[in-house]
Design a protein around this ligand. Structure first.
Ligand SMILES: Nc1ncnc2c1ncn2[C@@H]1O[C@H](COP(=O)(O)OP(=O)(O)OP(=O)(O)O)[C@@H](O)[C@H]1O
Ligand SMILES: [Mg+2]
Length: 359
């Protein structure tokens, strides 16, 4: 196997008595799109700044392409960082912005010109070289910022919430463009975000970060369908959460406070006294399951509202005999077009889709 582009060993950063990054161990494979997903304040930027060399770790080591770079200054690391605020030079045009780093490296003018033109083409901005930064749209500025880093051919491109300042529609567009770009250039991207949809859509691997540590590093699909911890299950994707207790152990059955019993699965051995949270994805609910469906949990829902949103339409319901809210993704066929507010409707869910975690 090839040497990973980045290897992090026991990396820690403390500020006075506060631990911002807590003993991380992981590696990033060459050519991959690796994201770090976590809520505000969990330590993402701190980690990235240590990798870029702007912040000294309190302990631990950091290897880039197998070389120890823990104490190497930022300008000697084969790493570039794209900031959230982009930090473009407003007094320079697009071409000059992209050429800046190459000039500092002392490249000849002709070579610089060729590299900048090739890069402009890559990010679909051919012909924009003479424009001023102020004449560009948000998405175009974004692409200039990325081009300016990529043109230096780093081993690793670090991106700290680079789509943060864009409006929703543009973010949707840019995340697809960024993924395509990464695939075309083959540079390893390490991408920080608190937006789970960005992380899931773009990444080969996602590390879910919480309070300075990684709770799970996995493919987007596994994070979604096999969350390792309650935090991951709650943070990645939409989910219904029910407080439950163990009712029986083999097979596992859990009970809600309002008396609903469900067959469920858990990644670990549970104790009878554990307070549990049961996670059920909205799309795992089967509406009006046929009688022939075996081994599924069945319960009654009362429809409170229909949240129409095209292909993303949902039912907001309560579980019968309770006022516990429950969201159900509505399948995209006409079969359920008759459902209306106030209806009682049979619902089913497989035990594998009912995942328990200790609260
Ligand atoms: N120089 C510093 N001195 C003291 N505390 C700091 C310093 N830098 C960061 N912190 C603290 O470390 C924690 C992690 O900060 P960090 O900027 O890494 O979070 P983040 O995950 O990037 O959050 P966001 O998504 O909001 O950007 C925060 O609680 C922050 O207050
Ligand atoms: Mg940050």
């Amino acid at each position: 196997m090839n040497t990973p582009v980045l290897q992090i060993q026991n990396l820690r950063k403390t500020f006075a008595d506060f631990t911002a990054v807590d003993t991380l161990n992981f590696q990033v494979e060459e050519g991959s799109f690796f994201s770090i997903l976590g809520p505000s304040g969990c330590g993402k930027t701190t980690l990235l700044r240590m990798i870029a060399g702007f912040l000294e770790p309190s302990s631990g080591t950091l290897l880039i392409r197998g070389k120890d770079m823990t104490t190497t200054p930022p300008n000697r690391r084969p790493v570039n960082l794209v900031f959230q605020n982009l930090a473009l030079f407003p007094m320079m045009n697009v071409h000059e912005n992209i050429a800046f780093g190459l000039r500092r490296q002392g490249l000849a003018g002709r070579e610089i010109g060729q590299k900048v033109e090739a890069m402009l083409e890559r990010v679909h901005l051919s012909g924009f070289g003479k424009k001023n930064i102020s004449q560009l749209s948000g998405g175009q500025k974004q692409r200039v910022a990325i081009a300016r880093s990529l043109v230096l051919e780093p081993s690793l491109l670090l991106l700290d919430e680079p789509l943060g300042a864009l409006d929703l529609k543009l973010r949707e567009q840019m995340k697809i463009e960024l993924k395509k770009l990464q695939e075309e250039v083959g540079t390893t991207f390490m991408y920080i975000t608190h937006d789970q949809s960005e992380a899931l859509v773009m990444s080969d691997q996602v590390a879910v970060m919480n309070k300075g540590t990684f709770e799970q590093i996995d493919t987007p699909r596994n994070l979604y369908s096999n969350p390792a911890t309650s935090f991951v299950a709650g943070f990645v994707g939409e989910t219904n959460i029910l407080p439950v207790q163990v009712a029986s152990r083999r097979p596992l059955q859990v009970a809600t406070s309002f008396g609903l019993q469900l067959h469920a699965t858990a990644g670990i051995d549970l104790n009878d006294s554990d307070s549990l949270a049961l996670y059920i994805r909205p799309e795992s609910i089967i509406l009006e399951p046929s009688d022939s469906m075996k081994h599924i949990n069945r319960f009654l829902l009362t429809v409170q509202n229909i949240l129409f949103d095209g292909s993303n339409t949902k039912l907001l319901a309560t579980i019968a005999e309770s006022d516990h809210e429950f969201t159900v993704a509505l399948p995209q066929n006409q079969q359920f077009a008759h459902i209306a507010k106030g209806d009682h409707i049979q619902a089913g869910v497989h035990p594998e889709s009912c995942r328990c975690f200790v609260r």
